[in-house]
Ligand binder design. Structure first.
Ligand code: SAM
Length: 217
């Protein structure tokens, strides 16, 4: 498969994302730059730009491009934002965030995936702070975050992640049972009197691998 084959397929995917309602130019711009063919396993390379989730090692998945775009749009990333990702997986979502000029921190619980993502992100010249650990408790050392994106399905909102969200920050997380989840966009808002509360918007019909850990399944 030639480079131009993938370039062509990448453009087709962006058309599909636009037709599916992705409007954020910065998200679409990042999709135009990240080469998804490097983040999928060799057997699935030719399907790299299908709008579908694909298997990676350890029974995990690289998420469907629409889902990555939708969650990234909900994160409302601005240049220089500090973003925490829980569930590095293939490293693709982290690369998208880097292309949006965010400072990216990403946690993965499976060592093999952590090692593979480290290699690929480094080879593609993306600077991501990576950690292999249970991400349900976040990464306190670097908190607060302007955005937190969780790429595995949780039974509930992990308290630690809510606590590590900056004022005005957005937490995007799939919540539900193991068969289906809603994507929640949780925004930490500051009231006129200085008190803070959470605004929550929910989007139906998604399916993720489970978030396994102390504040997950
Ligand atoms: N963002 C990934 C990508 O772009 O390829 C998608 C990865 S996959 C849908 C979800 C990932 O979450 C898996 O790699 C899984 O091992 C990881 N995961 C599940 N529970 C976790 C936890 N408690 N902490 C960190 N990672 C976790």
């Amino acid at each position: 498969m030639s480079v131009s084959y993938f370039d062509h397929k990448r453009k087709d995917l962006i058309d599909i994302l636009m037709k599916s309602g992705i409007r954020d130019e910065r998200v679409l711009g990042a999709f135009n730059k990240v080469k998804r063919e490097f983040y999928v396993v060799p057997e699935f390379k030719r399907l790299a730009y299908d709008n579908s989730a694909l298997p990676i090692s350890n029974n995990q998945t690289i998420s469907q491009p629409f889902t990555v775009a939708f969650m990234t749009q909900l994160l409302n990333v601005k240049e220089g934002d500090k973003i925490l990702e829980i569930g590095t997986g293939s490293g693709y979502q982290a690369a998208i965030l880097c292309e949006m000029k965010a400072k990216v921190y990403s946690v993965e619980r499976i060592e093999q995936l952590y090692e593979e993502a480290k290699k690929i992100l480094h080879s593609q010249h993306y600077k991501v702070h990576l950690k292999c650990s249970d991400g349900t408790t976040g990464w306190e050392e670097h908190a607060p975050y302007d955005g937190i994106v969780v790429t595995a399905g949780s039974p509930d909102l992990p308290d630690s992640l809510v606590k590590q969200l900056a004022t005005g920050g957005r937490l995007v997380i799939p919540i539900g049972d193991k068969n289906a989840q809603e994507i929640w966009q949780v925004i930490r808002v500051k009231d006129k009197d200085g008190s803070e509360y959470l605004d929550i918007y929910k989007h139906k019909n998604f399916k993720f691998v489970p978030l396994i850990g102390k504040e997950g399944w």
